[in-house]
Design a protein around this ligand. Structure first.
Ligand code: FES
Length: 234
């Protein structure tokens, strides 16, 4: 069955609150259910009492009571109890096809937290899951095999679905490691979450999240942040 692309949901806004910060700088955030992003999507969050003009993209990592657990945050001023103004969910998320039986989750250059939400989806449909990362992550289910980045190509060629997480500045390096599309065997489907600053979430068309994809421009905040591998000509 073909994968279902997660469409951009009608944009909503509302209030949330940061409840707890974990050791890896991820946080438990409570918010209305319709603001919870799906894996790969994000919400823009702005602390109510903050003087900072910029909102912060917050990615989904895991389910949590009355809200969700975020991926690690770069916001050192947010504390438990911080009230947040939220807008979202925004962007295209991941979508594992129901037929996928060998799932590779590859965190190329950062924490695998943004890929964590795919683990339960993949296990629920009976897939084997291999997490490839050089960063540790807590609470990885026993059923998930964890491999270092060194094993990336082997796992990539084994998989029938692969999800990557990579910073915009490292995309070319990933391209090169994957052989610029000339690798002998690639998964039937692969998707890539590209991280970049996304201060406006497409609202002001600031262009800060722009991605040059060979000869085309894409806006990571609205065309992504998850792209089909084919779209990126990797
Ligand atoms: S974040 Fe402003 S256009 Fe993408």
């Amino acid at each position: 069955m073909p994968p279902m692309r997660v469409n951009i949901s009608p944009m909503k806004s509302g209030a949330g609150q940061l409840i707890e910060i974990y050791l890896d700088s991820s946080a438990r955030i409570i918010c209305p259910p319709d603001l919870i992003p799906s894996p790969g999507q994000y919400i823009l969050a702005h602390a109510s009492a903050s003087y900072s003009p910029l909102a912060v993209p917050v990615f989904f990592s895991d389910s949590a009571p009355n809200g969700f657990r975020s991926a690690p945050l770069n916001e050192s001023t947010w504390m438990p109890g911080t009230q947040l103004n939220l807008r979202g969910p925004l962007g295209h998320g991941f979508s594992i096809s129901t037929g996928a039986r060998k799932v590779a989750l590859i965190a190329f250059d950062d924490s695998p937290a943004r890929l964590r939400g795919l683990i339960s989806i993949a296990l629920k449909q009976g897939a084997e899951v291999v997490l490839v990362s050089n960063s540790a992550m807590d609470d990885v289910p026993e059923a998930v095999e964890v491999q270092p980045l060194q094993a990336m190509m082997e796992i990539y060629q084994w998989a029938d679905y692969a999800a990557f997480d990579v910073a915009r500045e490292n995309l070319n390096q990933l391209r090169e490691m994957l052989g610029n599309g000339k690798q002998a065997k690639a998964p039937r489907e692969a998707q890539v979450l590209i991280r970049a600053p996304m201060p406006c979430g497409a609202l002001a068309e600031c262009g800060i999240c722009a991605l040059t994809n060979r000869h085309e421009w894409k806006m990571i905040c609205k065309d992504g942040p998850v792209f089909e591998m084919g779209e990126l000509k990797i």
